[in-house]
Design a protein around this ligand. Structure first.
Ligand SMILES: [Zn+2]
Length: 257
């Protein structure tokens, strides 16, 4: 399979435009604000932006990373999220054939990008993405891999395992170790990827979280009670599982045949 260069260019440009919208979602969804109204405006002076202030990456560069009206600095993360989303979409174009599954997986990648940042910023995993993504994932699974059966098992197992872990932790330690947002997010990952890749996501994110937790513990005495944003670990792990997880699952399941 040789990826069509035209397709990659289209994915890159659309990825930038959608990435611009993802910035709006990252800021507004955890604050329960509409992602449609009002139109984009400067967070400092609230001056509405004109369309040419809103061209992904390019406007930010031309304006020197400042608001066109009040000159307040605009975080470099805005163009970074746009570039990241475009890069992810192009990467999917390289790894997936031009079939409906490609569009399911790029939507999934963008949702994970938003969840990564909302959890990091606000410790919130918006229901619009977790519950909405679970429903959308189940509908899609009726038509594309992993298929409806694997998706339903993924939702029940993913949500169930994490909910049970959180409940056990709460009984042992008396503090909430796992938020319902994490439970719903893993259910969503199970709906889109199916149960084997969902379990791989859980393993990878736990390893990453455990390693970072150990590093924090080495430097900070209170790290044991510093809750890590688990959704920010689930997001890159799920992305990796979506892109390169299938051969790992096939290899592992090969031992049982
Ligand atoms: Zn301004």
């Amino acid at each position: 399979m040789s990826p069509d260069l035209g397709l990659l260019v289209v994915l890159g440009v659309l990825g930038l435009l959608v990435g611009s919208f993802l910035n709006v979602c990252i800021y507004r969804l955890p604050r329960d604000r509409s992602v449609v109204f009002p139109a984009s405006h400067c967070p400092s002076c609230e001056h509405p932006l004109r369309w040419y202030h809103n061209v992904p990456v390019i406007s930010w560069l031309l304006l020197g990373g400042r608001c066109a009206f009040c000159r307040a600095p605009i975080a470099w993360r805005y163009p970074a999220v746009e570039l990241l989303n475009a890069g992810l979409w192009v990467l999917h174009g390289l790894l997936f054939p031009l079939e409906p599954l490609l569009f399911v997986r790029i939507a999934f990648a963008s949702a994970l990008l938003v969840l990564f940042f909302t959890d990091l910023d606000c410790r919130i995993l918006p229901n619009e993405l977790t519950v909405g993504g679970t429903v959308a994932g189940l509908v899609a699974a009726a038509f594309v891999p992993p298929g409806l059966r694997s998706a339903v098992i993924g939702v029940l197992l993913g949500g169930g395992v994490l909910w049970a872990t959180g409940a056990a932790y709460e009984r042992l330690r008396g503090v909430e170790g796992m938020g319902m947002g994490d439970v719903k997010m893993l259910a969503m990952i199970g709906a889109v990827l199916g149960w084997p890749l969902m379990l791989l996501t859980l393993v990878w994110s736990s390893i990453a979280g455990g390693l970072l937790g150990a590093v924090l513990l080495a430097f900070k005495a209170d790290a044991r009670t510093t809750a890590l944003p688990f959704g920010s670990f689930l997001a890159p792990a799920a992305l990796a599982a979506s892109l390169v997880g299938q051969p790992v699952v096939d290899w592992y399941l090969g031992f049982y045949r």
